[in-house]
Write a protein that binds this ligand. Structure first.
Ligand SMILES: [Fe+2]
Length: 296
């Protein structure tokens, strides 16, 4: 729990976040995108995709950072839109709160309304570990959402399997890729949840990973012009937004749903990510996204 001293700046942030200015329609018209929700649809070719997984639909939601700039109503709308997409699987890739761990108590009941045929799974991000990883994990668990921390499991889809794994946060956690993939057997494709996208470079030699799903960057949150992010955080400097190929693997970085730092998004709207797995050779795809810069 936060101390009284630490709560003081939080109260100030809450007052800013609660200001009507940020939550009326005129504000959106002033070209602040914090209340927008854009659905991004991407096909990801996987070379060893079994027949039963052709067209498998994954929706990713990330970086909600509930309060003060991201309000619960915004997340509830994202949940409604996600359910309308009728996903096979929903994954949540971290940073659920910003400063106050108790905000998770409001957030998770809303996320528990997500529907997916093969379930809803989560990993934690750096803000979750910085606040209260135990409380956040426990709250998800009590609402039936499993948090994967350096572990994986097989999801049976028809006669085949998808191996879903989640690795601990790369910034403040203890990520261990060997342990994370220790349950993986044979030729099953791996979808790896990792909060920070640049972590893919740590294990890019591992050909078992078909796709890593990440958030963390907010796409920069403000892009001076489209494709020019204003801020790129640690472990989010290289794969800033969208789909990238890294050796045999793909990494997809979502801009996320929430807003931190300043109550502003521009050229960088909140995102609901819809991934469709399709069979194909990743190397045969000419994909336009190139890493922003070498990771630092
Ligand atoms: Fe983060």
């Amino acid at each position: 729990m936060l101390s009284v001293a630490r709560k003081a700046p939080q109260r100030m942030l809450n007052r800013i976040g609660d200001m009507k200015y940020f939550h009326d329609h005129r504000h959106a018209q002033r070209r602040n995108e914090i209340r927008w929700l854009v659905e991004e649809f991407t096909d990801v070719p996987v070379s060893n995709l079994p027949e039963s997984l052709e067209g498998f639909k994954i929706v990713q939601l990330t970086d909600m950072h509930l309060k003060p700039f991201t309000q619960l109503e915004h997340i509830e709308r994202a949940v409604l839109k996600t359910n309308l997409l009728q996903p096979d699987l929903v994954v949540l890739t971290g940073d659920y709160v910003w400063h106050d761990e108790e905000d998770i108590l409001d957030l998770v009941p809303a996320l528990a309304k997500l529907n997916a045929r093969y379930g809803v799974f989560a990993v934690l991000g750096n803000h979750d570990i910085k606040t209260d990883a135990a409380l956040i994990t426990d709250t998800f668990t009590r609402h039936g959402i499993r948090v994967l921390c350096n572990e994986g499991l097989d999801l049976q889809v028809g006669n085949d399997h998808l191996h879903l794994a989640g690795i601990d946060d790369g910034w403040l956690g203890n990520p261990d890729i060997v342990q994370t993939l220790s349950n993986h057997r044979a030729n099953k494709p791996v979808v790896l949840l990792a909060h920070e996208p640049d972590m893919i470079d740590w294990y890019a030699h591992d050909e078992r990973i078909s796709l890593q799903l990440s958030g963390h960057t907010h796409g920069g949150q403000v892009q001076v012009s489209p494709g020019k992010p204003f801020v790129r955080p640690y472990l989010g400097k290289k794969y800033v937004q969208g789909l990238y190929r890294v050796n045999q693997s793909w990494v997809y970085t979502s801009r996320g749903l929430g807003t931190t730092g300043v109550p502003l998004r521009r050229n960088c709207a909140p995102e609901i990510t819809h991934i469709t797995l399709v069979s194909g050779d990743p190397e045969a795809v000419d994909y336009p996204n190139k890493p922003a810069v070498p990771a630092v």
